[in-house]
Design a protein around this ligand. Structure first.
Ligand code: C5P
Length: 220
């Protein structure tokens, strides 16, 4: 099976780009952030304190997460229930970021991710795909952008949906999440030695897809 790894900070456009590339290449897109978010939904629903590692460890034993595809779109099943529509809220993102630092959480999800990559060709995005989950991926990309550019994209997205938001608050959240993801002890976010860095601050979606297609072609 072949695998492509895309890592990078929150809001760099990983999932948008990975979805488009997966279609182009006929690969399955695997969104690993959604799995950390599904665990977070369980912790929130069961009032588990994200700062209490023992409570988290105990809860992880009661969590079963699996992945299905419906019309080509990834669905996350948490203890038998499809929770996909609950995953993309700010609150769930924050809970995921706080709890993704624990070994019990990561061990469970890394096993699930590796299992998926054994069955089919995947383009997988996350924070530790090129470094830990799929170190043998034939193409690795580290997708990033300035925090200003990432905050501006999220701000425009929310405005478009008619939501009231503050650019400064969004930027602060993004920088906080970057810091937490880059400074945790286990599997911190970092560029793999053999990953190609792509800074999308001044690129549009078409340009990013073209740049990544070229990198992937050259690695084939
Ligand atoms: O990418 P997304 O915003 O959905 O990820 C939510 C959180 O899950 C991240 O902030 C990060 O803490 C965690 N995560 C991770 N490793 C991954 C994917 C996501 O630690 N491979």
């Amino acid at each position: 099976m072949s695998a492509i790894a895309i890592d990078g900070p929150a809001g760099a456009g990983k999932s948008t780009i990975a979805k488009l590339l997966a279609k182009q290449l006929g690969y399955v897109y695997v969104d690993t952030g959604a799995m950390y978010r599904a665990m977070a939904v369980y912790f929130s629903q069961n009032d588990i304190n994200p700062d209490d590692e023992n409570a988290i460890n105990g809860a992880v034993d009661n969590i079963d997460i699996s992945i299905e595809y419906k019309d080509g779109v990834q669905q996350v099943i948490l203890n038998g229930e499809n929770v996909t529509s609950l995953l993309r809220t700010e609150e769930t993102g924050k809970m995921a970021s706080k709890t993704s630092k624990y070994a019990a959480v990561r061990t469970k999800l890394v096993a699930l991710q590796r299992g998926l990559a054994k069955k089919t060709d995947v383009i997988m995005d996350g924070r530790d795909i090129g470094t830990i989950v799929l170190p043998d991926a034939f193409a690795k990309i580290y997708l990033t952008a300035s925090s200003d550019a990432r905050a501006k994209r999220r701000y425009d997205e929310l405005k478009e949906k008619g939501e009231n938001c503050s650019f400064d608050a969004i930027k602060e959240d993004i920088e906080k999440r970057d810091y937490e993801d880059m400074h945790r002890a286990i599997s911190p976010l970092k560029q793999a030695d053999d990953a190609v860095l792509v800074d999308t601050s001044d690129m549009n979606i078409e340009q990013v897809v073209a740049a990544l297609s070229k990198i992937i072609d050259e690695k084939k």
